[in-house]
Design a protein around this ligand. Structure first.
Ligand code: FAD
Ligand code: NAI
Length: 325
């Protein structure tokens, strides 16, 4: 029988790719119109805009090999942004020799490639699941989707909890996994400015109470042209302003730019996105992936493995290998 994977982000895609390679029958469901999840670039009239993951790095040997393969086939390229950090002393160039990758032509590309030989059902939000003791039954929008030999949740922790809690309310392993929030929010705002802001392409704000990151989209191949700056707010600020409307966040973004550049900044906010489950809570323990054979259930995702694209990929592969073993 078929294995169902909910979530076509990089974790679900990496898991699906390994299982499919090993002859398992797999179907992946995602509520989005495209695969990719938080590796997400928005198509705009000015080019792609990276609203979620900005780049990724590779430390694990297996992921380095994977990145090398993607590089050879044009699925990713290097991003050699001029980096800086902003501290109380102001902005300072902060070059390093870390290799950074971006998807080509958009951040989703590696995920799409992983899912090349996999049956994927997009625009399908799984909103209700049942376990009959052996099989998982999936439902979407009031309709029965199918019965599966195994269920893999490759979705953010809080979304996994919302699906599983009503089904397995007294399972101790799950309760423990869901006790502490693993993922914290992040507001993302893109501003098209009329003047140069900084002579850099990527800026780490080390102590700012509002911003954590700014990237000049024009420094990345295929992305929006030079005047587009993508800003990420800190987890703390994003949590405090989680239910604010986008226009209010846009005003905060303009004010933060004026404060941090000490310039009269003119321009307009072109896009914003509230990521409710974005970045790793540093207090959440790393566990790789979760496989509960007695429940025919697995879970993978960045949240189980320290956040970041690389760790999500590793988590998905680890789960697939555990299932195959
Ligand atoms: P996701 O990408 O979240 O995939 C989960 C998928 O499940 C989604 O596609 C979603 O649509 C789907 N889904 C959820 N619930 C359901 C349901 N009920 N039914 C159907 N589908 C469902 N990492 C880096 O390495 N470098 C960075 O620069 C970086 N910057 C980031 C900036 C932001 C703003 C954000 C939000 C993240 C950033 N990350 C970065 C983190 C990185 O994007 C993630 O670690 C990684 O993409 C997570 O992959 P995943 O597969 O675990 O989850
Ligand atoms: P990385 O190695 O480039 O960065 C890791 C951290 O090291 C950075 O956050 C920064 O604090 C520091 N750093 C790296 N290079 C620096 C430099 N040249 N100068 C000054 N500081 C530097 O990338 P890695 O480990 O792959 O992490 C991915 C990035 O994605 C991180 O910056 C992380 O904060 C960010 N991220 C953001 C999320 C969000 O929701 N905004 C979610 C997940 C990751």
């Amino acid at each position: 029988m078929t294995i169902a994977i909910i979530g076509a982000g990089i974790a679900g895609a990496a898991c699906a790719a390994v299982l499919t390679e090993q002859g398992q029958q797999v179907v992946v469901f995602d509520k989005g119109r495209r695969a990719g999840g938080r590796m997400s670039s928005k198509r705009t009239e000015h080019g792609y805009l990276d609203l979620g993951a900005q780049y990724f790095t590779a430390r694990d040997p297996a992921f380095k090999t994977q990145c090398q393969q993607w590089l050879s086939s044009g699925i990713v390229t290097h991003w050699y942004g001029r980096l800086a950090q902003v501290t109380a002393e102001g902005p300072q160039a902060s070059p390093d020799d870390t290799l950074r990758y971006i998807g080509m032509p958009s951040m989703q590309a590696p995920v799409t490639r992983l899912l090349g030989n996999v049956d994927v059902s997009l625009g399908c939000q799984i909103d209700h699941i049942q376990f009959d003791g052996q099989h998982w039954l999936l439902h979407s929008n009031g309709a029965f989707i199918g019965r599966f030999s195994k269920l893999i949740l490759a979705i953010p922790q809080q979304q996994a909890a919302a699906l599983l809690n009503p089904v397995l309310p007294s399972n101790q392993t799950l309760s423990k996994l869901f006790e502490l929030p693993a993922l914290l929010p992040c507001w993302a705002v893109n501003i098209q400015v009329d003047q140069p802001l900084w002579p850099f392409d990527g800026i780490f704000f080390k102590q700012d109470s509002q911003l954590s990151w700014a990237a000049r989209q024009g420094s990345k191949p295929g992305r929006c042209n030079a005047g587009h700056w993508l800003l990420h707010f800190t987890a703390e600020f994003s949590q405090q302003h989680l239910e604010a409307d986008g226009d209010t966040i846009a005003q905060h973004a303009m004010q933060a730019l004026k404060r941090l550049t000490d310039k009269t900044v003119t321009g307009q906010v072109s896009h914003y996105h509230r990521w409710r489950f974005a970045q790793q809570n540093p207090d959440y323990p790393i566990q790789g992936a979760v496989h509960l054979p007695e429940l025919a259930l697995g879970m993978a995702g960045d949240w189980l493995n320290g956040g970041r694209v690389e760790n999500a990929w590793l988590s998905g592969r680890q789960l697939a290998q555990s299932i195959l073993a």
